[in-house]
Unconditional design. Structure first.
Length: 312
């Protein structure tokens, strides 16, 4: 029953995401799909190749976040972990947990301990949350009036609150351990010590890698919009990117798909961008940051499975 319930929830979530894109995107953008298709057909092979290079460069930059949070992990292994975990997260509702579970199995097959993998998940999660919380602040600093205040500020407060909560939990692990028993106490104390050690030793790499990843993703969004015919000021581009990344936190649909696109389109149209190019640019960005990650993750997972079978 539990398996069928999960399957039903996944299908319902995917169905909702599909409806949000097919039915709601034209309404939010105020444009017909034929006009959006016309804009997408104008994207030439050279532009598509350049966008692919940007996308892959961003994924490679993120490998340094994972290698920083999990000492001994190679960049190629980190690329595999990220791709496989993202594929699961982009298919299942609340797929982040399933993605973490899959990457834990993969990392353990390369000899990493459970504590090291848990530490990596905590540290990389903190850096991701911090970066998403900081993006709207950057947007407000670059061009404050361009961001519709209430929604972005509320999302920022929520993300920051989640980050602070996680930090408080880490700082209180000793107290929690006393409640859970001696074995749990030792595990939590070691986990806190190892997490603190990784943060102290690797925070420059983690921060630089996350900044590089976000910069490349932001440039990818800007180039996707430009390829579709939307020209944005830097402040507007930062605002659109900030809203886009914050809306990925909406776990009602896998990876926030559908919700993210509609929110970003609404912002761009509100800023005066032409409707058809704005919709086309956002969907082009979604193709790289959501859709194509699914087959990429499947390929990397199959490659890992085949290598594991041969070595076994």
């Amino acid at each position: 029953m539990r398996r069928w319930s999960r399957l039903g929830a996944s299908l319902a979530s995917l169905g909702l995401a599909t409806w949000l894109v097919i039915a709601l995107v034209p309404a939010v953008g105020g444009v017909a799909w034929t006009a959006v298709g016309d804009q997408l057909r104008r994207v030439g092979p050279g532009t598509a190749l350049w966008l692919t290079v940007l996308w892959l460069a961003g994924l490679w930059a993120y490998t340094y976040v994972l290698t920083g949070s999990l000492p001994g992990l190679r960049n190629t292994q980190a690329f595999t972990l990220n791709a496989a975990g993202s594929a699961i997260s982009n298919v299942l509702p609340f797929g982040g947990a399933a993605g973490v579970a899959l990457t834990a199995v993969m990392a353990s097959s390369w000899g990493h301990s459970a504590r090291a993998i848990t530490t990596s998940a905590i540290v990389s999660g903190l850096w991701n949350t911090l970066s998403r919380a900081a993006l709207p602040i950057v947007a407000l600093a670059v061009q404050g009036a361009v961001v519709p205040g209430d929604g972005v500020l509320v999302a920022t407060i929520g993300a920051t609150a989640g980050l602070l909560t996680a930090v408080v939990v880490l700082l209180r692990l000793r107290w929690l351990g006393r409640l859970l028993g001696s074995r749990a106490t030792r595990f939590l104390l070691r986990l806190r010590r190892e997490t603190g050690q990784v943060v102290r030793d690797r925070w420059p790499q983690l921060t630089a890698a996350m900044l590089a990843y976000l910069l490349l993703q932001g440039v990818l969004l800007w180039c996707c919009l430009a390829a579709a015919g939307v020209q944005l000021e830097p402040g507007q581009a930062v605002a659109a990117f900030a809203v886009s990344r914050l809306l990925t936190l909406a776990v009602i649909t896998p990876g926030g798909f559908g919700i993210t696109e509609n929110g970003t389109i609404a912002l761009l149209v509100g800023l005066g961008a032409p409707a058809a190019p704005a919709v086309a640019g956002v969907l082009l960005f979604a193709f790289f940051t959501y859709l194509v990650e699914i087959p990429l993750g499947a390929v990397t997972w199959l490659g890992w499975s085949a290598r594991r079978a041969r070595s076994g």
